[in-house]
Ligand binder design. Structure first.
Ligand code: SF4
Ligand code: SF4
Length: 254
């Protein structure tokens, strides 16, 4: 069995900032309320989210015989305060997607394992797997919050048939690496910060994309409804992330 420590060291060596491993079995509806989100129609015209629902919830349908999901974090930091062009943080660091992909291939090679490299286009929910692996937790704004870098991270995975000592198993053995969990209980700052009421105020974290600026200004440009207030954002939107107290502790800049 591969050791979690060896994998983490290899991940750091190829350039990732953090890494952990989750056992590959199905995510529960509580962990990832995908079915409820679709049922409410909050995915708008993202028809691809209606496809491969079971696969999105269970990586063993993506990679037959999968035993482990190796989850990697690459931190990019908060938006540049000098920029006034309305471009959100993720788009200011756009090149990171190709960088993450290259690092995942390098990690797979370094570990000498077979496995599917997942970055962006593969039907797997990176943030929910990162949460399962103990790298952070899902905030009410529906994003992964990492203890060190807040939400300003890119994620990637390798789904593999290799057995790995997983973070969950470590937790079962009493070696909890980071204390994570739902820390939003009494906070609603992101919900209040959204000018379009796009975030579910209670219950499982869910975003109505039809009310979200990013839905209209990234990837595929859609006509902006008159009642969606962009607050000057031209590409994406950072308002709910900027409101999150867990982003207040982030100091990194690249
Ligand atoms: S990205 Fe902006 S519009 Fe979308 S949920 Fe967050 S604050 Fe609301
Ligand atoms: S702003 Fe508050 S409620 Fe929203 S994700 Fe952050 S901690 Fe949770």
């Amino acid at each position: 069995m591969l050791s979690l420590d060896d994998i983490k060291q290899a991940a750091l060596a190829v350039g990732f900032d953090d890494c952990s491993v989750a056992r590959a079995d199905a995510l529960t509806d509580d962990e990832y309320p995908l079915r409820e989100w679709l049922r409410q129609g909050w995915h708008g015209d993202l028809g691809y989210m209606e496809r491969n629902v079971e696969m999105r919830l269970d990586p063993r349908l993506l990679v037959p015989g999968a035993k482990s999901v190796i989850c990697c974090v690459s931190a990019y930091g908060p938006p540049d305060p000098q920029r006034t062009d309305g471009v959100a943080a993720y788009a200011q660091h756009r090149e990171y997607h190709s960088v993450v992909k290259a690092m995942l291939f390098a990690l797979r090679e370094r570990l000498g394992i077979d496995g599917k490299v997942c970055c962006d286009t593969v039907p797997i929910s990176d943030k929910h797997w990162a949460a399962r692996a103990g790298l952070g937790w899902i905030g009410r704004h529906t994003l992964l919050i990492t203890p060190r870098w807040g939400t300003w991270v890119n994620l990637g995975e390798i789904v593999t048939t290799e057995e790995v000592e997983s973070e969950e198993r470590r937790m079962e053995n009493g070696e909890r690496r980071t204390e994570v969990g739902d820390r939003c209980t009494r906070c609603h700052r992101c919900v209040d910060a959204c000018p379009n009421h796009a975030l579910a105020p209670d219950g499982p974290p869910m975003l109505d994309v039809r009310r979200c600026t990013a839905y209209y200004t990234t990837h595929q440009q859609r006509p902006l409804p008159p009642d969606v207030d962009t607050r000057g954002y031209t590409q994406g939107c950072d308002l709910c992330q900027l409101a999150c107290p867990f982003n207040g502790i982030v100091k990194i800049h690249h």
